[in-house]
Design a protein around this ligand. Structure first.
Ligand code: ADP
Ligand code: ADP
Length: 233
């Protein structure tokens, strides 16, 4: 039940002759239902690793298996197909359509996937209920709190039933109480079997995950599991 397996993953950028080695050999294996925070100082390679895990970019070396599929050698078209099916993205800025209701926002990925209107509504409603927003489905983003907006974005990321929920600084725009509400949502989702991978530079946020991977200079400096969910307010 390994969802993510990387072996000696490397990524470098050529800046007009000067090579920047952003990842220098990352070995990482993540199982289904893990809840992992990726931490590290600015420039340590978090975004680069996130882009590779999220099938937005391909490595220069090493291998990446996603659900047993070797994705590190896929073409851009194949990669896009895998990304749409397997990855649900959550961002710091919620990226919701301002004039659309919560339900319409969550339905959007299913519109692109060609799912029927009836089925879309059913699945979007289920996704909103999973993040405890069943009572706010017809509200627009500006009628919702920051935490509720991020929960709409999480529901949207989940509606295609991706194997990985990938969150990039998901609490960057939220106060600490609202952040811990979002961390609680991730914790519950992971306990229901959803793989959650979150990038954050905030130790207090990372402490909510059950596993913390720290990057330094493009390699994994530490990788620790914890069992207890710590309520932080
Ligand atoms: P983090 O997300 O931890 O801040 P990044 O993955 O963004 O780290 O960056 C790792 C290193 O790679 C840094 O030195 C950064 O400047 C460099 N880098 C990242 N993306 C690019 C890019 N597209 N082109 C050139 N250098 C990059
Ligand atoms: P974060 O705040 O998530 O660490 P960054 O500010 O490091 O992100 O990078 C934002 C975007 O710019 C990313 O897509 C990254 O790949 C790119 N990037 C980072 N450093 C460089 C760089 N030196 N040259 C070009 N692009 C870069």
């Amino acid at each position: 039940d390994w969802v993510i397996v990387t072996r000696q993953l490397t990524r470098q950028y050529d800046m007009g002759g000067e090579i920047v080695r952003a990842l220098r050999g990352v070995d990482l294996a993540i199982r289904r239902n893990e809840y992992v925070a990726i931490m590290g100082p600015s420039g340590s390679g978090k975004s680069t690793l996130m882009n590779l895990i999220g099938c937005l970019d391909t490595p220069n070396g090493g291998e990446y298996w996603l659900n047993g599929m070797l994705v590190s050698t896929m073409s851009d078209d194949q990669l896009a197909r895998v990304r749409n099916k397997e990855i649900g993205f959550v961002f710091q800025t919620f990226n919701l359509l301002p004039r659309a209701s919560a339900l319409q926002n969550v339905e959007l990925p299913l519109v692109y996937a060609g799912v029927s209107a009836e089925e879309r509504k059913k699945r979007a409603t289920e996704a909103l209920e999973r993040v405890q927003l069943g009572q706010r489905m017809h509200h627009r983003p500006n009628e919702l709190s920051g935490g509720q907006r991020q929960r709409v974005a999480i529901a949207r990321a989940l509606v295609n039933r991706p194997s990985i929920l990938l969150a990039d600084e998901p609490t960057g725009n939220l106060d600490s109480q609202t952040s811990s509400e979002i961390m609680r949502v991730f914790d519950e989702l992971s306990r229901e079997g959803q793989t959650v991978v979150m990038v954050t530079h905030e130790p207090d946020i990372a402490a909510n995950a059950r596993r913390v991977v720290v990057l330094r200079d493009g390699v994994i400096a530490s990788d620790e599991r914890r069992n207890q969910f710590v309520e932080r307010v």
